[in-house]
Design a protein around this ligand. Structure first.
Ligand code: UDP
Length: 375
């Protein structure tokens, strides 16, 4: 499974599929998840992860590179240079793992590995190849290469891009986004989970997340939310700030005195499913993985930012389907969330609307199709 650890979503989806394949055919397959750029490629390609973190924090950079690389001649030029510089490294990776199936879960791991596999097969690719698109409401054209055997897409919006990129209906499979095993089953009782996570069982819970890297003005949002709750509904709600891999933000938030508002600060949490099960409301950047997980747990979702291009389509996915709103302004975000908390009926309706968009079977269906391809 080829990924790059840009954000947390690619690895989370790959791990979900690995776990499901193992549960369907225990001990039969040897799945390797490889961050091919970091582990095999030379400079500057091996700096993608830190480059992504910088761009995700400065979204204008992301915006220009995303849109520029979506223009076909620019795409072809970048592909040409990637082939030139990365092909030997991808070839080393593929020779070392000698796969019976290659699954790409990143937009930049189609073109080069397909070329390598063709060359290794003497001009004809022998190894089956599948793409699993881990974006939700929109997708970069790089995801779609007409040479793949299967392309798994999560939504109608992404299907449209796949068709525009000339993939055929035989290649496309629409199941949803893969999610990790903790989301496959119904959650344990909320009270039990809250106690385990050190949360107050009597207060409403606002979960604040910024993807795997803890990006998107999290600090200002936590502060505005804490102030809003203190001012309008003192003692009735708590905030859980999940900082992901953003260690600096975590230390900053931990060092603060939050007074009588319960603000629980966490780093990268492994039990996201449990946190979502305890949450009455979530504030998050428009990350596809987090949104898909929120639909399964039925969590009303306030979107606070999105990566231009890549995550833009995730905003209408949430707002048009009636389980959330979008604002970039921390005070507006805090006010909206506080009003939801004060209106249990609205919370219930939004929770229902979220569940109506959930695709909890997606992991099972994609993994079954991949196992079929291995035959
Ligand atoms: N995540 C997690 N623990 C954390 C923060 C994030 O498990 O502390 C997971 C989150 O549940 C989701 C993924 O990381 O599955 C983030 O993916 P998403 O597509 O939302 O955003 P990305 O980080 O890829 O931009």
């Amino acid at each position: 499974m080829l990924i790059s650890d840009t954000g947390g979503g690619h690895r989370a989806s790959a791990e979900a599929l690995e776990a499901m394949m193992e549960s369907l055919r225990p001990g039969e397959n040897d799945v390797r998840i490889v961050d091919v750029f970091t582990e095999y490629c030379r400079w500057p390609f091996n700096t993608f992860v830190s480059g992504y973190q910088i761009m995700a924090k400065n979204s204008w950079m992301w915006k220009y590179s995303y849109h520029a690389t979506s223009i076909v001649p620019v795409m072809h030029t970048v592909n040409f240079f990637s082939n030139l510089f990365c092909k030997p490294d991808f070839e080393r990776c593929i020779r070392e793992h000698d796969p019976d199936l290659v699954v790409s879960l990143h937009p930049l791991t189609q073109t080069v590995p397909l070329r390598v596999l063709e060359e290794l097969g003497g001009g004809r690719r022998q190894v089956p190849f599948a793409t699993v698109v881990t974006d939700l409401g929109s997708a970069h054209p790089w995801w779609f290469d007409r040479r793949v055997d299967r392309c798994f897409i999560p939504s109608d919006a992404v299907r449209k891009v796949a068709i525009r990129r000339h993939l055929s209906s035989e290649q496309i499979r629409q199941h949803g986004l893969p999610v990790r095993p903790s989301f496959w089953q119904a959650p344990r009782p909320r009270e039990e989970l809250c106690l385990e996570l050190g949360l107050d069982t009597t207060r409403k819970t606002v979960l604040v997340v910024g993807g795997g890297d803890g990006v998107g003005s999290l600090g200002r949002i936590v502060e505005a939310t804490a102030n809003e709750l203190r001012r309008h509904i003192p003692g009735s709600a708590q905030v859980v700030a999940v900082c992901g891999k953003n260690h600096k933000l975590r230390s900053q938030l931990e060092a603060r005195d939050w007074g009588d508002v319960h603000v629980q600060v966490r780093g990268f949490v492994s039990k996201m499913s449990d946190y979502m099960s305890c949450a009455d409301v979530m504030i998050t950047k428009a990350g596809p993985g987090t949104i898909a997980e929120a639909t399964i747990r039925g969590v009303p979702t306030m979107l606070s930012s999105f990566l231009p291009g890549q995550e833009a389509g995730n905003v209408p996915f949430v707002t048009d389907n009636g389980f959330g709103e979008y604002s970039r302004r921390p005070k507006q975000i805090a006010r909206t969330v506080r009003k939801w908390i004060q209106d249990p009926q609205q919370l219930e309706e939004m929770s229902e609307a979220a569940r109506a968009c959930a695709t909890p079977e997606a992991t099972h269906e994609i993994a079954s199709d991949l196992l079929e391809m291995l035959k």
